[in-house]
Design a protein around this ligand. Structure first.
Ligand code: UD1
Ligand code: CA
Length: 456
C-alpha cells in the first residue's frame, strides 16, 4: 500500500500568529486541508501528518482522522520525514508520497502523473517540479544526462544555478524501502545546518539507484506563503481559478470585485454573480439567478430564477423564482417556497414560508410554519421566545396580518385569518376570523394647549 507523509511542522514566523502555517486558510479551508483532499482525490488514504510547532492545533484540526508524528525540534525537511519512520516501517511495500502542508495547490492529476513516471522509470525517488518565472527561494533542479542529478537550495546555489527556473515543489514520490535507507544517509552539511530531504536525490544516484523529475503541467503546485502578503496571493490565485471555472460553465460576472466563491459551490448556466458576493460551503445555485450585490450565501440550495439582493442566507432552501432583499437575513433551516417576495429588513429563522406569501418589510418570522398567499404587514413579529423556551407559530393560507402585529407563540392562525394593525395575538384565531386587540380610542380636545400653556 502507498503512504503519504505531509510535512506540517513549521511555524511560519512571518505570519505573526501562534498558528502553524499549514492551518492558515485559503478560500476558507486550511492549506493542510487542501493537501489532504488532493491525496484523497488521488485515491491515497494512508496519511501521516508530521506536526511540530503548536502540534495540538494540528491535532484539533485532524480530529483523529489521520495518523500524526511529532517532530520535537525543527531540523529540516529530511528530519521531519524521519519522524514518520514508524509509520513507514509498518507499510514498507509500495511507494511513499511526501508533500508540504503549506503548498495547497498540489492536485490529484499531478500526484497520479508523477507516480506513473516514478513507477515506469523504476525510480527510488521522483521529485515533482515546475517551471516558474521567479525561482527565488526554491530549490533548483539540476538536470543531468539521465534525468535529475541533484537539487540545490537557494542558500547553497551559485550564480549560474540561481538562473535555473525549474524548481522543486517540495513534493516527491519515493519507493518506501529506499526512502527508509536514504534517510539514514542525510547529514547537516549545508548552509542552513539542516537535514535536507532534497539530498536524497544525490544520495540515491550515488548508491546506484535511479532518481527522476516529473515536471507538473500545473505551475501552481509550487506556490506557498511565507507571510500574509503571500497568503493573499494564494487566496487570489484560488479565487480566480474558481471564478474561471464558473465562467467556463456559463456563469456571468460583470466584475470580480469582492467576489469569493469556495471550491464546492455549484452554479447554473445564465446566473449572474454581482460584486461583493461571498458564496460558501455546500451551496448549489440554479440557472438564471441574480445573486448580489453584497450577499453571503452559505450551505444553501437556491433554485432557478431566484434574485437575492443584499441577502445573507445560511443553511436554507429558496425555491424557484423567489425575490429577496435588500437587507434580509435568512437564518438556518428555512424554506422559502416559490413565488414568495421578501422585502427590506426582514429576518426569517427556522421557518417555512408557503407559495406566494409576501413579507414586504420590517418583519421577524422565527420558528413558524406559514401557509400560501399570506400577507405580512409591516412590522410583524413572531414572539417565539419567552426567555425559557422557543415555540412555533402556525399561520394558515390566505391569512392577512395587520401592521405591527405580535404573534405570541405558540399560537395558530387558521385559514384566511385577519389581524387588525397593532394586535397582540395571544390565542388561536379560527379560520376566516378577525382578531382585534385595541381599547377604544379617545380624543382629548385642546389637550396640548392646556399642557403647554404659554409655551406655544
Ligand atoms: C523546501 C525544499 C525546496 C523546495 C521548497 C518548496 C528542502 C531542503 N528544500 O524548502 O527545495 O523548493 O521546499 O516549497 O526540503 N517542515 C517541517 N519540519 C522542518 C522543516 C520544514 O515540518 O523541520 C515543513 C514545513 O512546515 C513545510 C515544509 O516542511 O510544510 C517545507 O519546509 P520549508 O521550510 O518551507 O522548506 P523550504 O526551505 O521552503
Ligand atoms: Ca517553503
Amino acid at each position: 500500500m502507498d503512504n503519504v507523509i505531509i510535512l506540517a511542522g513549521g511555524q511560519g514566523k512571518r505570519m505573526k500568529a501562534d498558528m502553524p502555517k499549514p492551518l492558515f486558510p485559503v478560500l476558507g479551508t486550511p492549506m493542510l486541508g487542501w493537501v489532504i483532499r488532493a491525496c484523497e482525490d488521488a485515491g491515497l488514504s494512508r496519511i501521516c501528518v508530521v506536526k511540530g510547532f503548536a502540534a495540538e492545533q494540528i491535532d484539533a484540526y485532524l480530529d483523529g482522522k489521520y495518523e500524526t508524528a511529532l517532530q520535537e525540534e525543527r531540523l529540516g525537511t529530511g528530519h521531519a520525514v524521519m519522524q514518520a519512520l514508524p509509520f513507514m516501517n509498518a507499510e514498507q511495500d509500495g511507494d511513499t508520497l511526501v508533500l508540504c502542508g503549506d503548498a495547497p495547490f498540489i492536485d490529484s492529476d499531478t500526484i497520479r502523473g508523477a507516480l506513473e513516471l516514478h513507477r515506469s522509470e523504476g525510480n527510488a525517488v521522483t521529485v515533482i517540479t515546475a517551471e516558474v518565472e521567479n525561482p527565488t527561494g526554491y530549490g533548483r533542479i539540476i538536470r543531468g544526462t539521465a534525468g535529475i542529478s541533484c537539487i540545490v537550495e537557494e542558500k547553497d546555489a551559485n550564480a549560474e544555478q540561481k538562473k535555473i527556473r525549474e524548481v522543486n515543489s517540495g513534493a516527491y514520490w519515493f519507493k518506501t524501502a529506499d526512502l527508509i535507507t536514504l534517510l539514514g544517509g542525510l547529514t547537516q552539511n549545508n548552509a542552513q545546518g539542516e537535514y535536507y530531504l532534497t539530498d536524497t536525490i544525490y544520495l540515491a544516484i550515488h548508491s546506484g539507484k535511479r532518481a527522476g523529475a516529473y515536471l507538473s503541467p500545473n505551475p501552481d503546485v509550487v506556490l506557498g506563503a511565507n507571510d500574509r502578503k503571500g497568503l493573499l496571493m494564494l487566496e487570489t490565485v484560488a479565487r480566480m481559478s474558481v471564478i474561471d471555472k464558473h465562467l467556463e460553465n456559463g456563469v456571468a460576472f460583470t466584475c470580480t470585485d469582492g467576489i469569493t466563491i469556495t471550491r464546492d459551490v455549484r452554479i447554473g448556466v445564465g446566473t449572474q454573480i454581482l460584486a461583493g458576493t461571498i458564496i460558501r460551503g455546500n451551496t448549489v445555485i440554479g440557472d438564471n439567478c441574480v445573486i448580489g450585490p453584497n450577499c453571503i450565501i452559505e450551505d444553501c440550495e437556491i433554485q432557478d430564477g431566484v434574485q437575492l439582493n443584499y441577502v445573507q442566507a445560511y443553511r436554507s432552501r429558496v425555491d424557484e423564482g423567489v425575490k429577496i432583499g435588500p437587507f434580509v437575513h435568512i437564518r438556518p433551516n428555512s424554506h422559502i417556497k416559490s413565488g414568495v417576495k421578501i422585502g427590506d429588513f426582514v429576518e426569517i429563522k427556522n421557518s417555512t414560508i408557503g407559495e406566494g406569501t409576501a413579507v414586504a418589510h420590517l418583519t421577524y418570522v422565527g420558528d413558524s410554519d406559514v401557509g400560501k398567499k399570506v400577507n405580512f404587514g409591516c412590522g410583524t413579529v413572531t414572539v417565539n421566545y419567552d426567555g425559557i423556551v422557543k415555540s412555533r407559530c402556525e399561520i394558515g393560507d390566505n391569512s392577512f396580518i395587520g401592521c405591527n402585529t405580535n404573534l405570541i407563540a405558540p399560537v395558530k392562525l387558521g385559514k384566511g385569518a385577519y389581524t387588525a394593525a397593532g394586535t397582540t395575538v395571544t390565542k388561536d384565531i379560527p379560520d376566516y376570523a378577525l382578531a382585534i386587540d385595541r381599547s377604544p380610542m379617545t380624543i382629548k380636545e385642546g389637550y396640548s394647549l392646556r399642557k403647554l400653556k404659554g409655551k406655544l
